[in-house]
Design a protein. Structure first.
Length: 555
């Protein structure tokens, strides 16, 4: 996906559907629209998955807690959300098997009375999934619970309940959605922001946009505009109508990343209710341990910060449930994501907040999709395109996304790492990583590794070849595009990401023809971005950039 060619299309063409927002919902909506035959454009003011869609708990799930709430309150909306999400869970695992996989999750139980309650609830969870269920939940003995999680507090442990959900790499899945939309024919561009909406005879007919990297501005015309900007949906709605009532509030979900020794590699852990009513997950993820999450009211902002109080809260609860407590020194990375809670402005009771999605169409025809969750992005997209077609008077076929593999999926083989090692001489950890992150595209990075074979930082599988590939094939335009979303290094080990910074800058500068001013700007911004997210004193960066530049002279 060459960005210059995508921008040229946005300048000279008009579209049936213009989707604003490149998170999971926006990219999914663009893919649904273009795969039906609609001429489609997708704009993202930052990078694909730069916001909430890269900061999830990494679970593709129906929502065990939502099901409990649905049953207790006889809430049909939440019940339907769980049912739909369980169906979509199986679909996502099928559409992107290189990025998603089933994960057993253990709930430890310290009271005999908890066992029938939890087991009954999880059996209902299985039943709702029907044929799409991954595997049946079951009671496990104290002995098996400790075998799976040896670090659990042993005192009073009665056993546990084991159930299955899906796990995925959220940012790479989001990028795959955008790339698949582009392959299907959509004009797709990141780092392009909407500065205003175009109207003709009182109807929205496109947007005024600006390339945030160059400052260039122009108009993009479309028959229908979809607002899929997540927590920022109300800001776009107010470009349409300054008096538009607020739809969204947000809560923050904070996660910390620990070394892999804090979790087994093949089982997650769910604490369904802490003393203050929150849910905690401890999950293996990409060789590390992901622990979260808090749930606090939050203001809507682009890069929500992680407070010391949230980190202390999580670490204190780790100490409550485990015999191997963690300290601040064990925290390798942190992040906070905004969870959208949405009310329907057209409903009689707009005080009720829901995690289900809401589609709102303004008097001028702006279609806003808000709320929902990662797992149900595809259904949200389908519903949104149906509404956009109605509003714009568009004709198209039925949705195809239930059976349309994402980029990297069609030829993916779980044992593909062996071929990469055999054909390209890659080390085992690098081959396994490339196979899982890129699927059937991994061979392209492996081929580039003949020219750019060096690792970006010791102890991590990321290669210089990935930087080149991300800039030429995946739309990466900045250092954080690469470190945070094309790879997940910034989300796993922020100190290591700082260590890789000079090499990444040198490679992107070579590929994208950056001048010295741009290089300095990227270094300053990325250091601030990463240091704001790490809890330890970062390593010194920049010292070896000259040496790395020297290695590029012959490439």
């Amino acid at each position: 996906m060459e960005r210059a060619a995508q921008l040229e299309r946005l300048r000279r063409e008009s579209f049936d559907v213009l989707v604003v927002g490149g998170g999971a919902t926006g990219a999914g909506t663009a893919l649904d629209a273009v795969s039906r035959g609609l001429k489609t454009a997708l704009l993202e003011r930052d990078d694909f998955s730069a916001g909430t869609s890269s900061r999830s708990t990494k679970l593709i799930h129906g929502g065990v807690r939502y099901l409990e709430g649905a049953v207790k309150r006889l809430d049909r909306t939440q019940f339907n959300l769980v049912r739909d999400a369980l169906g979509e869970r199986a679909t996502l695992l099928r559409l992107a098997p290189h990025l998603a996989h089933p994960l057993p999750i253990l709930t430890p139980l310290y009271s005999w009375f908890q066992i029938p309650y939890m087991l009954t609830g999880l059996k209902l969870y299985d039943a709702l999934a029907g044929r799409a269920n991954l595997r049946g939940s079951r009671f496990v003995s104290r002995k098996e619970a400790l075998r799976r999680f040896p670090m659990l507090k042993k005192e009073g442990l009665r056993g546990g309940v084991l159930y299955y959900d899906g796990q995925f790499d959220d940012a790479r899945m989001n990028v795959a959605l955008a790339l698949t939309a582009a392959e299907e024919g959509a004009a797709v561009a990141n780092h392009v922001e909407v500065t205003g909406l175009l109207k003709e005879v009182g109807r929205v007919r496109g947007a005024a946009v600006r390339d945030t990297l160059t400052g260039e501005s122009w108009d993009v015309r479309a028959k229908t505009v979809v607002n899929a900007t997540g927590p920022f949906s109300d800001a776009i709605r107010k470009l349409d109508d300054e008096a538009a009532p607020q739809m969204l509030t947000a809560s923050s979900g904070v996660h910390v990343v620990l070394d892999g020794r804090f979790s087994p590699p093949d089982t997650g852990l769910l604490i369904p209710q802490t003393d203050d009513g929150r849910v905690l997950f401890l999950l293996p993820w990409l060789g590390y341990t992901l622990f979260g999450t808090t749930d606090n009211p939050a203001r809507i902002e682009a890069n929500p910060e992680v407070s010391d109080a949230d980190i202390d809260y999580l670490l204190s609860h780790l100490d409550k449930y485990f015999d191997v407590p963690a300290t601040r020194g064990d925290v390798l990375a942190t992040w906070s994501g905004l969870r959208p809670l949405v009310s329907n402005p057209k409903a009689a009771d707009t005080a009720r907040l829901s995690r289900d999605h809401v589609i709102n169409t303004s008097m001028s025809g702006l279609v806003t999709i808000a709320g929902g969750k990662w797992t149900t992005y595809r259904k949200m997209a389908l519903d949104t395109v149906d509404e956009a077609m109605r509003v714009g008077g568009l004709q198209a076929g039925a949705s195809r996304t239930e059976t349309l593999p994402l980029v990297g999926a069609a030829g993916f083989r779980p044992d593909g790492a062996a071929r990469l090692t055999r054909e390209f001489g890659l080390e085992a950890d690098v081959a396994e990583y490339l196979n899982r992150a890129y699927g059937d595209q991994a061979g392209k990075i492996a081929e580039l590794s003949k020219t750019y074979p060096e690792r970006l930082v010791p102890g991590h599988p990321h290669l210089g070849a990935e930087v080149i590939y991300s800039a030429t094939h995946e739309g990466a335009c900045t250092v954080t595009d690469f470190l945070a979303r094309r790879t997940r290094l910034a989300f796993l080990d922020q100190g290591a990401a700082l260590g890789a910074l000079p090499k990444v800058i040198a490679l992107l500068a070579e590929t994208l023809a950056w001048d010295e001013a741009r290089r300095q700007e990227e270094q300053a911004y990325t250091e601030t971005y990463l240091r704001g997210r790490t809890r330890e004193t970062p390593v010194t960066v920049g010292a070896d950039s000259a040496g790395w530049d020297a290695t590029l002279q012959g490439h």
